[in-house]
Design a protein around this ligand. Structure first.
Ligand SMILES: NC(=O)C1=CN([C@@H]2O[C@H](COP(=O)(O)OP(=O)(O)OC[C@H]3O[C@@H](n4cnc5c(N)ncnc54)[C@H](O)[C@@H]3O)[C@@H](O)[C@H]2O)C=CC1
Ligand SMILES: CCCCCC(=O)/C=C/C=C\C/C=C\C/C=C\CCCC(=O)O
Length: 191
């Protein structure tokens, strides 16, 4: 539907897809898996269907939203973290040379740390993410609660990815400790 909406509003050729939709819900983890993983796969499939040069499209780029906890363990939100690992894997696998040769579509993702949005106010403030005792026992945790990126900062990184036609299968991490950084993955040969 979102592709049809875009075509009606902006014209027939979709060339840029930003898949930002996501939820953090450890209680209703089926929903979390459905929205974050299945949703991202569906968007990927639709993007290829509409953008693939082999199907009459013009190619283009897809930017998915993973997270810093898509690359590292999350003590408080393991299911959410697993879904964000999946999005990273999806991005890297569709962002291979073979896939690009087939479709002409670039796939990259962003992996932000905490960003000042409704997701934070729903989860951090209401403490579904932080059990009460974890908040009261850790000064470090409180540090995270008060330091967030602005959504604009993340949007700038997304815009840079859209403008870059060299990057494919890459992840841009946006973290307090390291700033904006392209993640270097180990090269593991297929067995
Ligand atoms: N806020 C944060 O600290 C971080 C957020 N992220 C990721 O950034 C993305 C955006 O999150 P936020 O803006 O922070 O959260 P948010 O809760 O403020 O916004 C999420 C958006 O996703 C949409 N959405 C949810 N389920 C949907 C569905 N089934 N179909 C279509 N749209 C749906 C909502 O309507 C909402 O507009 C998510 O993928 C999230 O996992 C990544 C790292 C950190
Ligand atoms: C360290 C930032 C992790 C960002 C995770 C994410 O994608 C969305 C989080 C949304 C709300 C939570 C806000 C802040 C999280 C702060 C600390 C989390 C501690 C790490 C953990 O074990 O989950």
């Amino acid at each position: 539907d979102i592709f049809r909406f875009s075509q009606e509003k902006f014209g027939p050729h979709v060339e840029i897809v930003v898949n930002c939709a996501g939820i953090l819900n450890e209680q209703d983890w089926h929903l979390c898996v459905q929205v974050n993983i299945v949703g991202s796969i569906l968007i990927t499939k639709c993007a290829i269907e509409h953008m693939s040069k082999a199907e009459g499209g013009r190619g283009g780029c897809v930017v998915h939203f993973s997270s810093v906890v898509g690359m590292s363990a999350s003590e408080y939100s393991p299911i959410y973290s697993a879904t964000k690992h999946a999005i990273l894997g999806l991005t890297r696998s569709y962002g291979t040379e073979r896939q690009f040769e087939q479709h002409g579509v670039l796939f990259n993702c962003v992996c932000p740390g905490a960003v000042d949005t409704d997701m934070v106010s729903k989860n951090a403030v209401q403490r579904t993410l932080f059990p009460e005792e974890a908040v009261s026992n850790s000064n470090d945790l409180m540090l995270w609660v008060y330091f967030f990126f602005s959504p604009d900062r993340v949007a700038t990184v997304v815009m840079d990815l859209i403008a870059n036609d060299e990057m494919n299968g890459q992840a841009m991490m946006i973290s307090l400790s390291r700033g904006v950084e392209q993640v270097k993955f180990p090269q593991i040969p297929h067995c």
